[in-house]
Write a protein that binds this ligand. Structure first.
Ligand SMILES: NC(=O)c1ccc[n+]([C@@H]2O[C@H](COP(=O)([O-])OP(=O)(O)OC[C@H]3O[C@@H](n4cnc5c(N)ncnc54)[C@H](O)[C@@H]3O)[C@@H](O)[C@H]2O)c1
Length: 373
């Protein structure tokens, strides 16, 4: 199945022929028939590791690369054969093709200083998180509305090949009634890769579990409420909390939890998965990138029926970088009219930020003290 210049087979093994075959073949993200040029603002680690490799693979043209640090922008532009690099956003806007999509990948604290510089009415993909706090997220949302921007937040996990396939399988009814979703991350994350996190008052939930919160919302919508505890690790004593337990309340018949420990240096007992249980079957998706960040390992997806053996399904590609094709592709498809909705629009993303905020408030409030009267 072709999508203009984009070859959908990069997502799935098209040769797989059993009852999952057609579902896996259809598990592709929204893509434009013809891609628009992209102007990237911010030439840091994530643009190098994921944005640019994804766009290269999808055939999305990158017109320019902007970074406050011109040396960084120039080096990355050279590595990925991007026509030009600059330190000036104004210059990039002046020279960019008219239908350019802006891809803002700066630290959260810089988003509110970059957005005002974009042309009114432009289309923009904003790296997560949508600001450092809910207050900033609300300012970002208001600014996008005021400037008439078509704006989405780069919550890309839902577009990872195994996650697209998992959702297709569940939507086709193969899991039955899904009553359990758990995300378990027990890995070693080298937080020192992000210098701006060294002083961040909020770390794990805002910068990492936010992906799982958004993934859960893409399955079940907004939770009724949130319980959480996020704690610090004595081995990274200068950082704020890097381990979290989050429970999302979807009522009496669903257990939805996220458990993360990013300081686990013990090979063999590291874990990184999302798992769903339904009345007819279960899915287990491994997110390999967390197991050796940022190099990563292979993502996988397995299915089992109650009492049966796990069967690994032939998904292809990984969260990093293939999911980044979906977050940019869905914005482009919306802008070109090839899709009618924008799943990670700022209007939707604000609810992921509200859920994050609720988790921090819940963690600060604490649970029910023991009654020892
Ligand atoms: N899976 C994901 O979606 C994912 C993964 C990693 C990081 N991120 C997010 O991406 C963002 C960037 O992360 P990173 O790892 O690339 O960080 P980084 O520190 O490696 O890079 C950030 C870059 O932005 C540039 N910059 C900062 N302010 C700027 C401005 N006003 N104008 C132009 N350039 C500016 C810096 O010079 C730097 O090169 C963060 O918000 C982070 O949370 C997302």
């Amino acid at each position: 199945m072709g999508y203009g210049s984009i070859d959908a087979s990069i997502f799935m093994n098209m040769d797989f022929e059993d009852r999952f075959g057609h579902l896996l073949q259809d598990a592709i993200p929204p893509l434009p028939k013809a891609a628009c040029p992209i102007v990237i603002i911010g030439a840091g680690g994530i643009v190098h590791a994921a944005h640019l490799p994804a766009y290269q693979q999808a055939g999305f043209p990158v017109a320019a690369l902007v970074d406050a640090n011109l040396e960084k922008a120039s080096a990355l532009a050279k590595e990925f054969s991007i026509p030009w690099a600059t330190a000036s956003i104004e210059e990039a806007i002046k020279k960019a093709p008219k239908d350019s999509i802006f891809d803002v990948a700066v630290p959260a604290g810089a988003i509110l200083s970059v957005l005002p510089l974009l042309p009114d009415g432009a289309a923009v993909l904003i790296q997560k998180p949508m600001g450092n706090t809910l207050e900033e997220a609300e300012q970002i949302l208001a600014l996008c509305k005021e400037k008439g921007l078509t704006a989405a937040v780069n919550f890309q996990l839902r577009y990872a090949p195994n996650m697209l396939a998992a959702k297709k399988i569940a939507d086709a009814g193969l899991l039955g009634d899904v009553h359990d979703m758990e995300i378990v991350i027990r890995v070693y994350t080298p937080w020192d890769l992000w210098t701006f996190l060294a002083t961040a008052p909020r770390l794990e939930i805002l910068y990492h579990s936010i992906h799982y919160i958004d993934l859960v919302r893409s399955w079940f919508g907004n939770p009724k409420s949130v319980q959480a505890k996020t704690v610090r690790n004595p081995q990274t004593a200068s950082l704020s909390a890097t381990k979290s337990l989050i429970t999302l309340d979807y009522g009496e018949w669903k257990r939805v939890s996220i458990a993360t420990n990013h300081g686990h240096k013990y090979e063999g007992s590291q874990l990184s998965y999302a798992q769903w249980e339904g009345s007819k079957g279960a899915l287990h998706a491994v997110m390999g990138v967390n197991l050796d960040y940022p190099k990563g390992r292979q993502d996988t997806l397995s299915f089992a029926e109650p009492g049966g053996a796990w069967q690994t399904l032939p998904t292809r590609g990984n969260w990093f970088p293939q999911a980044f094709i979906g977050s940019m592709g869905s914005l482009q498809a919306f802008v070109t009219g090839d899709a009618t909705n924008l799943p990670t629009s700022v209007e939707d993303a604000i609810d992921t930020m509200r859920t994050v905020e609720a988790a921090y408030i819940a963690s600060e409030r604490g649970g029910v003290p023991l009654n020892r009267e």
